[in-house]
Write a protein that binds this ligand. Structure first.
Ligand SMILES: NC(=O)c1ccc[n+]([C@@H]2O[C@H](COP(=O)([O-])OP(=O)(O)OC[C@H]3O[C@@H](n4cnc5c(N)ncnc54)[C@H](O)[C@@H]3O)[C@@H](O)[C@H]2O)c1
Length: 346
């Protein structure tokens, strides 16, 4: 039996996964984090930098550079006896249009991971997505999305996550009908996550990241007309604390199994993001409003907002960061990083 508490983080070399690996060690210094990542998108540098930012020194866990699809999950869980599995590994490029590639990567391994965790009674937390909602009627009404409103995703990425949720709902229904206890499985529909560690996501990085980059280069921030598209932008530290709470590592040791929204519970318009960045950088750059390409109009999420009422009740979790304040702090951090990496010549 392992002497230190073991946690498995799939996708642990990615943006959120590396921040999560770090948070596990920050709350339990002898935690042994096993990262399982195929490094299709992740990098060792995300892990090193996350531990550096948190002042935790060197990463001393292990890394299995393998796809979650290629792992023998029963064997791995028996050997490692993890306290929890956090399954975040996925293709996260919402512009990946090869449906077979997306479904094979994100959905196909899911049943095996799920059944191995249930079979070994290992708590399992997995990343679903706000993309499972597509454009529900609540978006038109500009009101928060309740968990029940999902199921009409606008892209195959959202569909791949939706299929994971469907599997869990089916499993829970069967257990309830049989009068059995629900296994510790929690799905988290992350909304638009932003914060330190996302630089290697390229075009999939947040609006806060991209707009800060443009403005640091002295360019006017480019946003779709008239900047009033509104998204639930949630700071990565809140996403990590929600993920820990879902495993029973937060305020309650006994979270209620289920599927939950993970968002700030508020919307932030793109104009507001630009305003927050201007404040942080001491600039006054007016947005350059651009037309949304015709092909995007039908599938674009013009409004998203997580209804986090159930998340608060079931997981005992509340976000701590106001999105605009967090954007200001994040933009200042990006400015300082840029200054360190590319000091201006006198
Ligand atoms: N960032 C967001 O705004 C957001 C929003 C909703 C949901 N999510 C979900 O959160 C999770 C983490 O996202 P992120 O933003 O950190 O993305 P990311 O791309 O930075 O991280 C994903 C990681 O998974 C790895 N990976 C991909 N396929 C894999 C496979 N088959 N086996 C093992 N590893 C694999 C990649 O190499 C990468 O390191 C993902 O499941 C994503 O769908 C993220």
């Amino acid at each position: 039996m392992p002497s230190s508490p073991v946690y498995i983080v799939t996708g642990g070399a990615g943006f959120i996964g590396a921040n999560l690996a770090c948070a596990l060690v920050a709350r339990e210094s002898d935690a042994h984090v096993v990262v399982i990542d195929d490094f299709s998108k992740g990098s060792y540098a995300n892990i090193v930098e996350a531990f550096g930012r948190a002042g935790l020194g060197a990463f001393c866990g292990s890394v299995t550079p393998q796809s979650v699809a290629d792992l023998d999950w029963d064997q791995a869980l028996e050997a490692l006896e993890p306290r929890a599995v956090f399954h975040l590994g996925a293709i996260t490029d919402t512009l990946e249009f090869d449906e077979r590639v997306m479904l094979r990567a994100n959905t196909e391994p899911w049943v095996e991971i799920l059944s191995a965790c249930i079979g070994t009674e290992t708590p399992l937390v997995y990343a679903s997505s706000g993309a499972t909602y597509g454009s529900p009627p609540q978006g038109e009404q500009r009101i928060p999305f309740p968990v029940e409103a999902a199921g009409q995703p606008n892209n195959v990425y959202g569909f791949s996550k939706w299929l994971m949720d469907v599997e869990v709902v089916r499993l829970f229904r069967e257990r309830k009908e049989a009068g059995a206890k629900l296994p510790h499985v929690v799905g988290l529909r992350y909304f638009n996550v932003f914060g330190p560690g996302e630089a290697r996501k390229g075009k999939m990085a947040s609006m806060a990241y991209h707009l800060t980059g443009q403005m640091l280069r002295g360019q006017r921030p480019r946003i779709f007309k008239m900047g009033e598209h509104a998204r639930d932008q949630v700071f990565v530290d809140d996403v990590v604390s929600c993920t820990l709470a879902a495993a029973g590592l937060g305020a309650t040791s006994d979270p209620v199994p289920g599927i939950y929204n993970t968002g700030s519970g508020q919307t932030t318009t793109f104009n507001q993001i630009v305003g927050a960045i201007n404040e942080a950088l001491g600039t006054d750059l007016e947005p350059e409003y651009i037309d949304m390409p015709e092909a995007m109009v039908a599938t674009y999420q013009h409004y998203t907002c997580a209804d986090i009422g159930q998340t608060k009740l079931g997981l005992g979790w509340t976000p701590e960061h106001d999105p605009c304040e967090a954007t200001r702090a994040y933009a200042a951090l990006l400015r300082d990083e840029a200054a360190r990496n590319a000091p201006l010549k006198a």
